[in-house]
Ligand binder design. Structure first.
Ligand code: GUN
Ligand code: ZN
Length: 490
């Protein structure tokens, strides 16, 4: 690990971090979103991306510059920062996208990395092979080998560059999770600096968020906890919370500009077409100055720029909200809320909750109270952790587990709170048992509480147990061990 990245605050697998970019002389707070700037089409001036939108990093494509008759010499003599007029740090891509699109490109990894260095890039990228989703396993494995050879080449190039330009080690492997994990292990061992997860754009475009979540989780298994992870080509505001909660630190997106070109308007719930909007659900400067109708009748270039500006505002606002959620410890509540924007995003969230091992690695053991806002919250890491703890708690005598008050006829009365299950009364004020639940609780939470009861009962074969409950559904009662005496309260 090269030591350019430090993590500060955590929630779920998400973290606030600091990426030091030595060549630019800056330290950037993550999660960060890098707007994609096409040097030929600057929809919004890079200087403004920095000043108005707060973008401290951007990404541009070195291959486009390398192939450009009018910009190549200029960027070589003046440098990338002057060409784009951008005071922050600049990351460059390599032409891998063009390779995937057209089958071949005109440069080698050494040439394009040297070029990225010569034009003053702060973070360079080798020519990885973005194997598409659902490719054959042979293709995925073979192309991964090529990507790995290029990562080895990049290491050698980096050795000759005095370490100033950071270099990425992209993780490929298509939809094969074992290949992704192996690719991540290899990338991590390379000692390179930033770890982009590649070839997810087709999955994102198809709303395959469950597959994206599995790929991120597999990649994270192979990377160290202190590896900065970039999700290549991702930056739609609807999925930022999910991707951050899975442990991604950097995003780049051309969506703000590409979508604006065909009148698409980004929101945290999805993408809308301008022609279908009667109102703007946003308070950015664009949406407060204009109505959808006014934008619709404007000339095309002006409309495109204004839509791109809105798209950037909404995306950066969501990024700030996600970062605040990490600080406040309610990132999973935000992910839960965002997941309601699209059924496939809900699949992504449910897949995240499958990855207990990932969430357990970094989720803080204490934060403010949990808000139980959906049935899915019954599968949160806090609940699983409590169930694991119940397997180790010992209790003796006649034990009443009660949703009501204590009862002197028993040796001990423990409280029972869905979705957690039983706990000693003395723990009532400790996180996460201070959970706030709705009065009309979901079936899943009762079932989860029953799983907790079962864990405690199984761990204490010599104690006897009674449960006093108000309105547990049959499906939850059916999960209790037979030796629990069940009674209903008032
Ligand atoms: N941009 C979006 N996806 C990719 C990828 O897989 N590799 C590279 N180099 N750039 C990308
Ligand atoms: Zn707006």
């Amino acid at each position: 690990m090269s030591g350019h990245f430090e993590t500060r605050a955590f929630d779920a697998a998400g973290r606030i971090g600091e990426l030091t970019v030595p060549r630019a002389g800056v330290t950037v707070e993550t999660p960060a979103l890098l707007p994609v700037v096409n040097p030929h089409i600057e929809t919004v001036d890079p200087a403004e991306l920095y000043a108005t939108f707060g973008a401290e990093l951007l990404i541009t494509n070195s291959y486009i510059l390398h192939q450009s008759d009018d910009l190549r010499d200029q960027v070589l003599s003046d440098g990338l920062h002057a060409l784009l007029d951008f005071p922050g740090a600049i990351m460059t891509d390599s032409g891998s996208f063009q390779l995937a699109e057209y089958g071949e490109i005109d440069v080698t990894t050494e040439e394009i990395l040297q070029f990225q260095h010569d034009i003053g890039s702060d973070i360079g990228t080798p020519v990885d092979i973005p194997t598409p989703p659902d490719a054959s396993r042979e293709q995925a494995a073979e192309e991964l080998r090529t990507t790995q050879e290029r990562i080895e080449l990049a290491k050698r190039v980096r050795g000759g560059l005095n370490d100033e330009m950071l270099i990425t080690a992209p993780v490929q492997g298509s939809t094969y999770l074992d290949l992704r994990e192996e690719a991540a292990r290899h990338a991590d061992a390379s000692g390179l600096d930033v770890f982009p997860i590649g070839a997810v754009v087709p999955l994102l475009n198809a709303y395959r968020y469950a597959d994206v979540a599995d790929i991120i989780a597999a990649t994270k298994r192979g990377l160290g906890d202190d590896a900065p992870v970039h999700l290549f080509g991702a930056g739609h505001p609807m999925m930022l919370a999910l991707a951050v909660a899975l442990g991604c630190d950097l995003f780049d997106s051309a969506a703000y500009a590409i979508y604006a070109r065909d009148d698409r308007y980004l929101t945290v719930r999805g993408t809308e077409h301008l022609s279908e909007l009667s109102y703007f659900p946003c308070s950015c400067p664009v949406c407060t100055d204009y109505t959808p109708e006014e934008l619709g009748t404007m000339d095309e270039d002006a409309r495109e720029e204004l839509l791109a500006r809105h798209n950037l505002h909404v995306t950066f606002a969501e990024l700030r909200r996600v970062k605040q959620a990490i600080r406040s410890g309610d990132l999973l509540e935000l992910v839960d809320m965002r997941a309601r924007g699209h059924p496939k995003l809900l699949d992504g969230y449910r897949t995240l909750l499958d990855h207990t091992e990932l969430l357990e690695r970094s989720d803080p053991v204490s934060k403010d109270t949990v808000f139980h806002v959906s049935a899915d919250c019954a599968r949160r890491p806090e609940v699983r952790r409590h169930h694991d703890r119940l397997e180790r708690l010992s209790v003796a005598g006649d034990v009443l587990l009660s949703e009501g008050g204590p009862n002197e006829a028993y040796t001990e009365t423990w409280r029972v709170v869905p979705p957690f299950g039983p706990f000693p009364r003395a723990l009532s004020d400790t996180y996460p048992l201070t959970v706030e639940t709705p009065e009309r609780l979901d079936r899943e939470s009762y079932e989860s509480a029953a799983v907790g009861v079962r864990a405690l009962v199984t761990a204490n074969p010599n104690a006897s147990f009674a449960l006093a409950h108000y309105e547990w559904p049959d499906s939850a009662l059916a999960k209790l061990p037979d030796r629990v005496a069940v009674s209903r309260l008032g």
